[in-house]
Design a protein around this ligand. Structure first.
Ligand code: MRU
Length: 374
């Protein structure tokens, strides 16, 4: 795909996959992202060179996925500081970027981190420091995901030892490399397993209404040659009941201090079905996705999007043109909650960069004590 290589991705943990959701060319005062709204039908790269474009890209879901919107938000703040490095400029840009999407805590986490880094600096140094901090956020994201991958790979190897044939993993939405700066979170164990020759097969739910599973996760698996099968969201429980699923691995947009995990709408239904069918379900949680300030998932803000997304389907027509068609009678009312919260009790554990831990307050505080310091 001839993607430019960013220095921030080049460490020993680099994702060898043939595409990158976000790239900053060395020294550039801009970033390039893949427009995820047109995948898999076209691979279009978009340059983001000012804070308004960064905010719009997050709001319109040109970029999406919790870690990726955090990284784009961080670069957005750097772009803003290049234009206006005053305290007011910083506050305004932070607020504008933070308001783009409410649920994934990675966005606020990244914005706060960049703001903390630059706040005590002379104005003339702020933009440069912000670019550097954003680069560090990207590099760390790749590293955290690689660690999550290593821990998850051990889990997949154990399953493989106890059964013939491929390890059948089910996922939801896209917690892949496209949702992050490399590897993905829930997909990292799979990509590593596939690379080392462990037979794995991924069940991908289409993820209505925006179809991140069908459009993005299926594309990623195709790019990496990883066996996968797409199914309609409603078939999740049936596939588990048939014994076709060994493990469920999903990402998260925000995990509360007690282990309740917020992810794409439909995740909770998978967790219920997994519990009823004794299929272990793990949530991949890099530490920036943890929100230590929230005692439980009940406090997580759930994004409510336009009902138009439910009332229509978009794709490529027989002539190769992108098109949107209506699927319900004109005037039908629709609700569109973008996320749901899976109670911690339904989870077999959290896959983190520090290992696999139980989804409970004690285990989380033990694994990430520094996040709970005031
Ligand atoms: O609305 P989206 O596409 O941004 O939602 C993304 C998800 O729910 C992902 O599963 C989540 O961000 C985890 S990504 C590593």
């Amino acid at each position: 795909m001839n993607f430019p290589t960013a220095t921030t991705h080049d460490g020993p943990d680099a994702d060898p996959g043939p595409y990158r959701a976000l790239v900053r060319r060395p020294g550039a005062q801009s970033i390039e992202v893949i427009d995820q709204r047109v995948l898999p039908h076209a691979v279009v790269r978009v340059t983001i060179a000012d804070v308004d474009a960064a905010a719009l890209a997050i709001r319109k879901m040109t970029v999406r996925g919790a870690p990726l919107i955090g990284a784009v938000g961080a670069y957005g703040l750097a772009l803003a500081l290049g234009r206006d490095a005053s305290d007011e400029g910083l506050a305004q840009a932070h607020a504008a970027l933070d308001a783009t999407r409410p649920t994934a805590v990675n966005l606020r986490w990244a914005l706060d981190r960049v703001r903390r880094t630059v706040f005590g600096l002379p104005h003339a140094e702020r933009a440069g420091a912000a670019w550097q901090e954003a680069d560090r956020i990207v590099a760390e994201d790749v590293h955290l995901n690689r660690r999550i991958g290593a821990h998850g790979l051990a889990l997949l190897r154990t399953i493989a030892m106890h059964k013939p044939g491929p390890v059948n993993v089910m996922t939801h939405c896209n917690a892949g490399a496209l949702a992050t700066c490399g590897w993905g979170t829930a997909t990292a164990p799979l990509f590593l397993a596939h690379a080392e020759g462990l037979p794995v097969h991924l069940w991908i739910s289409e993820t209505r209404p925006r179809l991140q599973g069908a459009n993005l996760t299926a594309w990623e698996c195709g790019q990496r040659g990883m066996p996968h099968t797409l199914f309609s969201d409603a078939a999740s429980a049936f596939l588990m009941q048939r014994g076709d699923v060994d493990i469920v691995l999903v990402g998260a947009d925000r995990v509360a201090a007690n282990g309740d995990a917020c992810n794409k709408i439909g995740t909770y239904a998978k967790a219920l079905a997994a519990a009823d069918n004794h299929v272990p379900m793990y949530v991949a949680m890099p530490s920036p996705t943890l929100d230590p300030a929230l005692p439980s998932g009940a406090h997580i803000p759930i994004e409510s999007r336009s009902g138009d997304e439910v009332l229509s389907v978009s794709g490529r027509d027989a002539y190769g043109q992108m098109t949107t068609v209506q699927i319900a009678p004109a005037g039908t009312r629709a609700v569109n909650f973008a996320f749901d919260v899976t109670p911690a009790r339904l989870l077999a554990g959290l896959l983190t960069e520090r290992g696999i831990i139980s989804a409970d307050a004690e285990a989380i505080a033990r694994a990430f004590p520094e996040r709970f310091l005031r």
